[in-house]
Design a protein around this ligand. Structure first.
Ligand SMILES: Cc1ncc(COP(=O)(O)O)c(C=O)c1O
Length: 505
């Protein structure tokens, strides 16, 4: 060791490649065993909050440090034992996919290189990978590949970006400079009554207020009624409002309904509104050769949100906002801070990938890498096959539910099926019986979710509380789907014996 070496700082963070290798190999071995065993584990241990807190103890911040290998060895098994496993084959709740393990390795690599995706010149290759990921996602869903786009954390954020881009583009004053102060006309936005609540949040945080959101009625298939949309837009204009945005949903959260996107695009064009499609869940299914016509029309939208962490099996977090006009995001978000005035780099022709100008974040992580890897690991054929299989399993679920004497199938769209439990001997169909069925199914779901055999969620459709299975899970198989009716009915029968009021016996 020469004099210089002696002077170098020796911190636990930089203990050298050998310690990293040892700790890393041990962790990867533990993860591989966990992945091999996930199907044999309960979907959830359903621990109480107290039990979970006790696992960590209530000690204060440690005074002295410990080796990373030791720390990982301690926490990894706890996470495996005490988590709800959305990578379990019988996890069919919400729209959270099994995370592709290759994506976990991608995240490890991304964190190790640690590029800051704010600007091209400080993360050149990583920014090009993000740009290619955006292009590939657009290509997958039939969107123009010369679009603009940005990887963000989730569906809410992807939709927010589009919302803000639309607001900037369609306000007929300089809204970025003047805001909403002193404007005589109020902006309004149109979305189906079954859409996700991100619209409320976006209207709230952008200062429009949630009354700016017009929830348009849906038809029997939970699709927005285009006639009602037109009527509302015209009435609002007459009342002095400034309609600026129509949001169509490609796969609603509750039932997977796809709005009549072709009709909505035509209305948006006629009424000079920005047309955004929330495809956070359903957009990847546009890649299927037999995709519904409306899903094949995503190219009509001014912007599309889609989430690789939903139906492209990427580990959280990974979403993408696509905009047809490449300039729309910088128009809505760019500012030019003095600390980023690097003339030489701007001259090198890469200002287009200075991503801090594309959205809300300045420093940004390399979340594109895991998506880029996943897209290549499956390829278009693999993606189409896996999504097709998920949809087929949902059809099979509807079949076995329909064949069960105590289960009533309700809706099915994309990879979401809804149904409810109805005890065989409950003959009444009046309001009182409906109320009881809602209560029974809600309690049934709570118990099922805690049981650990399978995990589904709920939807409320036309006042009915329904059980809802959403299959965005490459580990789910026919046997898992066929086991579900028995699990549901067994809980339903037991609860019905306890809960049925005397007047319904
Ligand atoms: C249609 C739709 N939009 C937006 C979101 C929000 O996505 P995220 O939870 O990734 O923010 C969801 C979530 O399920 C969704 O289903």
């Amino acid at each position: 060791m020469d004099n210089n070496d002696k002077k170098r700082r020796r911190l636990p963070f930089d203990a050298g490649g050998e310690e990293f290798r040892r700790a890393g190999h041990a962790l990867v071995d533990q993860i591989a065993d966990f992945l091999d065993s996930v199907a044999q584990r309960p979907v959830t241990p359903a621990d109480s909050p107290r039990r979970v807190r006790d696992l960590l103890g209530r000690g204060s911040l440690p005074q002295t440090g410990r080796p990373i290998g030791e720390l990982l060895e301690e926490i990894a098994p706890k996470l495996f034992e005490h988590s709800l496993h959305n990578g379990h084959p019988r996890f069919m709740g919400y729209i959270t996919s099994s995370g592709n393990p290759g994506g976990a390795l991608g995240d490890l690599l991304a964190a190790a290189v640690n590029p800051n995706m704010a600007r091209w010149d400080i993360a050149p290759l990583a920014c090009e990978i993000e740009a290619q990921t955006v292009r590939w996602l657009a290509e997958l869903i039939g969107y123009p590949t010369d679009c603009g786009g940005l990887m963000v954390s989730g569906g809410n954020m992807a939709n927010f970006l589009a919302f803000i881009a639309a607001r900037t583009d369609r306000a007929n004053w300089d809204i970025r400079k003047e805001g909403l102060y002193g404007q005589p006309r109020r902006l309004s936005v149109y979305v189906s009554a079954d859409a996700h609540t991100w619209v409320d949040k976006a209207a709230d945080v952008t200062g429009l207020g949630s009354t700016a959101v017009r929830w348009v009625a849906t038809d029997r298939q939970q699709r927005m009624r285009p006639g009602d949309l037109e009527t509302l837009v015209r009435a609002d204009r007459r009342a002095g409002l400034l309609p600026f945005l129509v949001v169509g949903t490609a796969g609603t959260t509750g039932t997977g309904a796809i709005d009549p996107l072709i009709d909505l695009a035509a209305i948006a064009t006629r009424e000079k509104l920005w047309f955004h499609v929330d495809g956070a869940y359903g957009a990847p299914a546009a890649a299927l050769p037999d995709a519904p016509e409306d899903l094949q029309a995503l190219h009509l939208a001014d912007s599309v949100a889609l989430d690789p962490h939903k139906w492209l099996y990427s580990p959280l977090e990974a979403a993408c906002c696509l905009v047809r006009n490449d300039q729309a995001l910088p128009d809505a978000f760019s500012f030019h801070p003095s600390f980023y005035q690097v003339a030489r780099r701007e001259e090198e022709g890469q200002p287009g990938l200075n991503y801090y100008n594309y959205g809300l974040q300045n420093s940004r992580g390399f979340r594109a890498l895991k998506v880029w890897l996943g897209l290549q690991q499956l390829g278009r054929d693999g993606i189409v096959q896996t999504i097709t299989d998920d949809i087929e399993l949902t059809k099979q679920l509807q079949r076995v539910v329909g064949a069960h004497p105590e289960l009533e199938p309700r809706t099915r769209s994309l990879s979401i099926a809804t149904f409810r439990y109805r005890p065989a001997k409950l003959r009444a169909t009046d309001e009182r019986a409906q109320e009881y069925l809602n209560e029974l199914n809600e309690k049934l779901l709570v118990e099922l979710q805690r049981g650990g055999d399978a995990f589904i969620s709920n939807a409320v459709v036309n006042g009915e509380y329904l059980l809802r299975a959403c299959i965005v899970n490459f580990r789910t198989d026919l046997a898992d789907v066929e086991a579900l009716p028995g699990t549901v009915a067994a809980i339903g029968q037991r609860l019905d014996m306890e809960l049925r009021p005397a007047d319904l016996r």
